[in-house]
Design a protein around this ligand. Structure first.
Ligand SMILES: [Zn+2]
Length: 315
């Protein structure tokens, strides 16, 4: 699936296309504890009684082809720079979004789709320790998380902890791993665009997967997981509604914010028309839009034909 290759390519580019030919520099800094906190403030948003916090790990610039776009498409989006792109390169981020609603502490798509570098055997241990460290520094120790939502199954990101013997256990030991029933059905039917999901299967075998079906979309007050499809059969968006305001986490329906403006993207999605129809609705919704792979601040609102970045409160 081309979309998966594009997503995995993001990680390749982390190591291969630093702006100054700096793959070794980036890799060594990724391993350096605390570097991410110095580089990147976390940002927090309030939606009624619910808080949304982006805990950033690293943002990097990649060639647009890695997410199914071209340099010409990037150049044609007047609002791309300086937040979402730099020159003809797109900016992407590895981050965790944390939703607090009532007693629930919900993490969405933590560092998903960067497995090539963050979860490779040689580096998995260092990255998971560092990622857990930035979460703890942001007030989100792994043990406190009650739900880990995967908008879809693609790679393992920081849903799983790689143990010294190479096996996988839950990254968030007290959390349910939430995916849609439709995504599980697609996996079980061999109808999912990616075939291998070893670490996910290992977690599923432990019985921690909580399947969200159509009649039970809400996982916490004001937080619902709703099937949108298009990218994978059971791809979901996470909707947050409280106090008359709303936010939507779009998963990989817009890997870059520029995908909100560049039209159908068959390089990323088996059903690009369905994705575009969903994005059309989201643009018109007035909701705060959030992407797990968007660089800081990772959020914005669609206003007058462009995405206006929202910076929330630095925390
Ligand atoms: Zn994906």
């Amino acid at each position: 699936m081309a979309g998966v290759a594009g997503m995995a390519g993001m990680a390749v580019l982390v190591s291969a296309a630093g702006p100054r030919g700096s793959d070794q520099r980036i890799l060594s800094e990724l391993r350096a504890g605390g570097w991410h906190n110095r580089r990147m403030a976390n940002v927090q948003f309030t939606v009624g009684d619910i808080t949304l916090t982006r805990v950033g790990y690293v943002d990097v610039d990649v060639e647009p082809e890695r997410v199914g776009l071209t340099a010409d498409q990037v150049a044609a989006v007047p609002w791309a720079e300086p937040t979402w792109a730099g020159g003809t390169q797109l900016r992407v981020g590895a981050a965790a979004w944390v939703i607090r609603s009532g007693d629930a502490v919900i993490v969405v798509d933590p560092a998903q789709a960067a497995d090539d570098i963050l979860r490779s055997a040689a580096d998995a241990g260092a990255h998971q320790e560092a990622f857990a460290g930035v979460l703890a520094a942001a007030g989100v120790p792994r043990d406190d998380v009650t739900h880990a939502i995967a908008t879809h199954v693609e790679g393992i990101g920081m849903f799983a902890w790689r143990d010294p013997d190479g096996s996988w256990s839950p990254f968030f030991p007290n959390a349910a791993l939430v995916v849609t029933q439709r995504e599980l059905d697609a996996l079980d039917a061999g109808a999912h665009p990616t075939a291998e999901h070893g670490p996910f299967d290992a977690l599923r075998a432990r019985g921690i997967v909580d399947a969200i079906a159509g009649d039970r979309p809400e996982v916490a007050p004001g937080v619902s997981v709703e099937v949108a499809g298009g990218h994978t059969p059971g791809h979901a968006v996470v909707r947050v509604r409280s106090g008359g305001d709303s936010a939507v986490m779009v998963g990989h329906l817009a890997v870059s914010p520029l995908h909100l403006a560049t039209g159908e993207c068959p390089q990323q999605h088996p059903d690009p028309a369905l994705v575009e129809a969903t994005l059309t609705g989201l643009r018109a919704s007035g909701a705060l839009l959030i992407g797990p792979l968007w660089p800081a601040p990772g959020a914005g609102r669609w206003v007058d034909g462009g995405l206006i970045a929202e910076w929330g409160t630095a925390v």
